[in-house]
Design a protein around this ligand. Structure first.
Ligand code: PGA
Length: 251
């Protein structure tokens, strides 16, 4: 089964609207010949409108970096799926390790976000990954299983076609350390098998599983050559148009 690759740039808390417009135009240009793969950018909420405008006519997908589960209401500081769609976003990242670690988001809360995003028609990129402590205690697979089961609780097989999983070992994010391709592939294969057990083989086979954590031009080709790595979620290197272009055009 061939899965369409997805290269996603997570801009985190960077970029004013003016800077975001420039970078978005560069990404549109960088990805125009990459017709056999999908490209996604997740700007900060404040820049989504400017980015979708700058990307008009390009196939680049725009995502929020998080999403609430309600359409509207008393949820100070949150952004609803309808608001994301209003600005032209069609996807949302959910459960990023920075949300889990810094803002204390639990699997249960993240599950609400996944459910809400899907209910309103968004594609959801569910992030999972173990900390260094968990890896050293040989709990990696247990943690991944807990995060997959928790995050996808109640998600129907039909909605799974709009779910992407991003495996991001916490110790590899922004640290310059990448998981060895063998370790990354081991985790990806485990996640795919788990999806097959929870749903069915077809769903597991079509599910895109991205790797994230210090993906760079220098390591993207080797990562993408692994059978169960279907794309990348890129932080730091996505802020530099030249690096992101090289990652989009992985070989
Ligand atoms: P990084 O971030 O590429 O800077 O390690 C990845 C992420 O947090 O999604």
């Amino acid at each position: 089964m061939t899965r369409r690759a997805l290269i996603a740039g997570n801009w985190k808390m960077h970029m004013t609207t003016a800077d975001a417009e420039v970078l978005a135009s560069q990404v549109a240009e960088a990805s125009k010949d990459a017709t056999d793969r999908d490209v996604l950018v997740a700007p900060p909420f404040t820049a989504i409108g400017a980015v979708t405008a700058a990307l008009e006519g390009s196939a680049v997908i725009v995502a929020g970096q998080n999403v609430c589960w309600e359409e509207q209401g008393a949820f100070t500081g949150e952004i609803s799926p309808v608001m994301l769609k209003d600005l032209g976003a069609t996807a949302a990242i959910v459960g990023h390790s920075e949300r889990r670690q810094i803002f204390g988001e639990s699997d249960q809360l993240i599950n609400q976000r996944v459910v809400g995003g899907l209910k309103f028609g968004l594609t959801v990129v569910l992030c999972i990954g173990e900390t260094l402590e968990e890896r050293e205690a040989e709990q990696t697979l247990t943690i991944l299983e807990k995060q997959v089961r928790g995050g996808l609780d109640g998600i129907t097989p039909k909605d799974m076609t709009r779910v992407v999983i991003a495996y991001e070992p916490v110790w590899a994010i922004g640290t310059g350390k990448t998981a060895s391709t063998a370790k990354a592939e081991e985790a990806h294969a485990f996640i795919r098998k788990l999806i097959g057990d929870l749903y069915e083989k077809d769903i597991a086979d079509q599910m895109r599983i991205l790797y994230g954590g210090s993906v760079k031009p220098a390591n993207v080709d080797e990562l993408m050559a692994q059978p169960d790595i279907d794309g990348a979620l890129v932080g730091g290197a996505a802020l530099d148009a030249e690096s992101f272009q090289r990652i989009i055009n992985f070989k």
